[in-house]
Write a protein of this length. Structure first.
Length: 451
């Protein structure tokens, strides 16, 4: 696929990296020479220095023949104009990234027609929705659904020694409806074999049916939660959106810390008594102690624009006994640091945006995708198509590359968690977990619907 990306910031580079590794033809445009030099030196893509909203630059980058055009600079107006120019030049699908979508309210159809985009993505709204989903989830640190919700991927942290850490995976009596797809262990990330063993502080990626995943959570020592308390640090756009949405959720009480007194007063007027707005800095240990954060808080969300403050606040909250910490990451390169610090969820608006765009690239043979663990793993939903006249095969005979696990086989309304003897038939939907380096090799096993 020919892809043109306008914007060599965090979103653009992350997107170009993954797409180039999957052998798509990618062109990146940016007006900053330093950014273009960085892309040129590190990625196998075309680079074009210049104004991403100028027709001549876009034409040189291939916008007139590209199948996907993406405008992801940090300037909303540049992105909007670039989309308009690309549509006029003849680009296929056009994706517009905005920080905020308030300017579109009441005029969505008008803007879509005038600017020529197919889809608009707001980084702030994506981040708020992701944090909200994490907060509403009882125990899992991350949840992705596939096959109309009948199969899930969940990420769980092994918090203490238990029967799950007592032997190898092949020795454990795990629920039959799940598979351990991957393990993140400090700086390592790998697809385990039956000889591997879980350890305390591992983050485990599981694929399976919801009921069986619930059972695994019980085995891992997860307690049944009743009423929950959430503390949000930061009354910016994302923090405010989270508080507004949580106000509607029964059984959750919310406290929001905002360091600016005027802003705090403005926010307080929006809420009833279910959301308490406090003036203060949640990196102040004395303040956290006064508010009894450790004793009375289940989830702490740091949602400011300052990564260092978010890190510190989550560390303080965790040291006081908060069960789960969630932090907004404005610089995606910091996500690994958050994980090493023991912060449960590090959510990057830019990476969320890039992951959503990847779904458009994979439309066709791959109808759904989740990119996890800072891009170190991908979950794909693929329709099984065989070469050479074959119509079926056992999983063990498929010849899958190392680093790929079939989690489930979906045939109509039936869902089967895959084992070696599981029969895969032409047209079945497969839920796979794969390391990015081997995604392209899957084409040697299954051809796309368009092949």
């Amino acid at each position: 696929m020919d892809v043109v990306i306008v914007g060599a910031g965090e979103v653009g580079i992350y997107l170009a990296d993954i797409l180039s590794r999957e052998r798509h033809r990618v062109s990146v445009v940016d007006s900053d020479p330093a950014k273009i030099e960085r892309v040129h030196a590190s990625l196998d893509v075309e680079t074009h220095l210049g104004d991403g909203a100028h027709p001549e630059i876009l034409n040189r980058a291939g916008a007139s023949r590209c199948e996907l055009f993406v405008a992801v600079t940090d300037d909303d107006k540049v992105n909007m104009l670039a989309c308009r120019m690309a549509r006029e030049l003849g680009a296929g699908r056009v994706v517009l990234r905005l920080h905020e979508t308030e300017r579109l309210e009441g005029y969505h159809y008008f803007h879509k027609r005038a600017l020529g985009y197919d889809v608009v993505l707001s980084t702030d709204e994506l981040a708020a929705d992701e944090i909200l989903a994490t907060v509403r989830e009882q125990h899992a640190l991350e949840v992705e659904s596939f096959a109309d919700g009948r199969v899930q991927l969940r990420r769980l942290r092994i918090r203490e020694k238990s029967e799950l850490t007592a032997g190898t995976l092949s020795d454990l009596e795990l629920p039959g409806g799940l598979l351990v797809a991957a393990i993140a262990r400090r700086t390592e990330f790998f697809v385990p074999t039956g000889e591997d063993q879980l350890a305390v502080d591992d983050q485990v990626y599981l694929i399976g049916r919801g009921a069986d995943l619930d059972q695994f959570e019980v085995l891992s020592g997860a307690r049944k939660l009743g009423r929950r308390s959430v503390v949000i640090m930061g009354g910016g756009h994302i923090g405010l959106r989270i508080a507004e949405r949580l106000e509607e959720v029964p059984g959750i009480s919310v406290r929001l810390f905002e360091r600016d007194a005027a802003r705090a007063r403005e926010i307080a007027q929006r809420f009833s008594k279910s959301v308490m707005v406090l003036v203060g800095d949640a990196t102040d240990l004395d303040l956290l102690g006064e508010e009894r954060i450790g004793e009375q808080t289940n989830i702490f969300v740091a949602a400011t624009s300052r990564d260092e403050d978010n890190m510190m606040a989550c560390q303080l909250a965790s040291s006081l006994g908060v069960e789960r910490t969630v932090a907004l990451v404005n610089k995606p390169s910091y996500r690994k640091i958050y994980s090493l610090l023991g912060i449960d969820n590090a959510i990057s608006p830019r990476i969320l945006c890039a992951n959503r765009i990847l779904r458009f690239v994979r439309a066709g043979s791959v109808s759904s995708i989740a990119v996890v663990a800072e891009g170190r793993g991908e979950v794909l939903e693929i329709e099984a198509r065989f070469h050479g006249g074959k119509t079926e095969s056992r999983v063990k005979n498929l010849g899958l590359p190392r680093g790929v696990v079939i989690g489930a086989v979906v045939c109509g309304e039936d869902v089967e968690i895959a084992r070696g003897e599981t029969l895969v038939k032409e047209g079945d939907r497969l839920i796979l977990f794969a390391l990015p380096a081997v995604v392209e090799e899957l084409r040697k096993v299954f051809r796309s619907q368009d092949d």
